[in-house]
Design a protein around this ligand. Structure first.
Ligand SMILES: Cc1cc2nc3c(=O)[nH]c(=O)nc-3n(C[C@H](O)[C@H](O)[C@H](O)COP(=O)(O)O)c2cc1C
Length: 198
């Protein structure tokens, strides 16, 4: 399996968590790391190049810090331009059909705040509804998100734990060893190895 990570962080120089998560990812066999803000600082997204990249991969990941319960703006622009009718969706638009899709998200808020009735009142999965439906319209197979909560006060060794889990997950996908049917039932992909939750 070939994995494409579409990374979006508009202030990467200030990043603490994503900086560790993405460090050396491009060295991983089968993984293409594509930094959208680095490629397109003026938002002049090359649609044909992005579509070519998508066609060359089997699994597409949006990786980003949660900004106002959503993605940083370049990921919205990317969707608006790249996911063309007749290419990504519609009766003739089958280029993404059958590919895996999920989000890797870092969030300042803790997991317990992302529950109905809690501080943020919505779960991360509820917040992902438009992205998940977009992927469904494009006939992709959506997996739960990989989420790092509580980034503000996170210790370095904890960030490294998440990094190791993330790399393990990516290698499992590249080796085509992820049990898709089982992990689709999880709330977060972080738990892909925990058998009792499956
Ligand atoms: C403009 C902006 C909006 C944010 N919105 C949210 C939010 O809606 N929910 C949340 O949990 N954290 C929010 N945060 C916190 C970021 O998600 C958090 O700082 C980031 O994931 C940490 O990753 P980094 O160390 O790679 O920057 C926001 C931060 C910024 C700058």
């Amino acid at each position: 399996m070939k994995v494409l990570i579409l990374f979006a962080h508009p202030a990467f120089h200030k990043s603490k968590v994503n900086k560790v998560l993405v460090d050396d990812l491009s060295e991983l066999q089968g993984v293409t790391f594509h930094d959208l803000y680095e490629h397109y600082p003026e938002f002049d997204i090359d649609v044909k190049e992005e579509q070519k990249l998508l066609s060359e991969h089997d699994c597409v990941i949006f990786q980003y810090p949660l900004f106002w319960y959503s993605t940083p703006s370049i990921l919205k622009e990317w969707q608006d331009l790249v996911l063309e009718h007749g290419w990504a969706f519609g009766s003739q638009g089958n280029e993404l059909k059958g590919k895996l899709f999920f989000c890797t998200i870092t969030a300042g808020g803790p997991k317990q705040a992302y529950q109905i009735g809690a501080f943020h009142n919505l779960t991360i999965n509820q917040l992902l509804t438009p992205l998940k439906q977009t992927a469904a319209l494009c006939k992709m197979i959506t997996l739960p998100p990989f989420v790092v909560h509580g980034t503000h006060a996170m210790e370095d060794d904890k960030i490294l734990d998440f990094k190791n889990d993330y790399v393990g997950l990516l290698k499992t996908i590249v080796d085509d060893k992820l049990d898709i049917e089982k992990v689709r039932k999880l709330d977060y992909l972080n738990h892909y190895l925990i058998k009792e939750e499956l």
